[in-house]
Design a protein around this ligand. Sequence first.
Ligand code: DAH
Length: 339
Amino acid sequence: MSEELLGQLDRLEAEGREAIRRADTPDDREEVRVRFLGRKGRLTGVLRQLGTISPELRPVVGARANEVKEALSELIDAASAKADYAGAEEPIDLSLPGRRPWQGGRHPVTLVVEEICEIFRELGFVRAAGPEAETTWYNFTALNIPLDHPAADMHDTFFLGKDVVLRTHTSPVQARVMETHEPPIRVVVPGMVYRRDPFDASHAPGFEQIEGLAVDEGITFVDFKATIRAFVERFFGPDTKTRFRPSYFPFTEPSAEVDVGCQICGGHGCSACKGTGWMEIMGAGMVHPAVFENVGYDSDRYTGFAFGMGPARIAMLRYRIPDIRLLYESDVRFLEQFA
Ligand code: DAH
């Protein structure tokens, strides 16, 4: 009896193949599919008789039925595809070049971070890193920022717990590096920092900073100025003007903000520099003795300088990007311009 069913399947397959060969139109092919493979078609007819054979043989016939079904559906699909191709209004141009896979590129901020770290590497600085979830001790207290001081408020901190924050700047890594290393120290620290600022054209709740720190015996303000000047010349070009403006940070004394001649108007004054001809690129200064004492350094013996800059802002100056949000939206149409 099972032989009988297998024979039926062989005939069904042979006749199906022949019918597909003769089916010229989509309608014909659909008719063949229904007649052979449809719910009330011939294959179903064979399967209905499975009950009449012994249970051990049913899997054999069932497997063969599946094979026939797949063979015939594939043939029908192939015949349709072939007809579509031949029937296309314009023949396919096989000489057209293939589509290239999309190639990723490096993010503009990454490009700036790499370039800045490379310049400082040439000046003798190595890279260091620290945690993004930071204790209030390292983020504030060790840096001479009392927790009840307005400077701590100013940072609009994300608290993760009573004494744990998302770091609001990369400066805490200064303290971590000094705690674990003896001078001489020369490090740069690129990394993400976080502040409770809503997104607008010039603010983002998370952004990059690069911290710098040099500590040794006998480091002076002159070393600080010369190092920053050397950096500006390499990064912005040898003709770029540099200006050190007095400022205040709790962890440096004296403190300065460093400006460079406006990269957009060349110093004449434009909307980008608000008419001043200058653009601020970093906060900096001589490390405050209290910071040295907090990490266990002898503040009579050692001096140093530190600086912190925002590579996203610097990327905006360099590439004339008008809105910081473009840097954090991951829109490929924007990003691929930098690849
Ligand atoms: N940490 C400061 C900020 O986030 C930037 C800064 C200023 C870093 C002066 C420094 C420094 O190392 O000396 O705004």
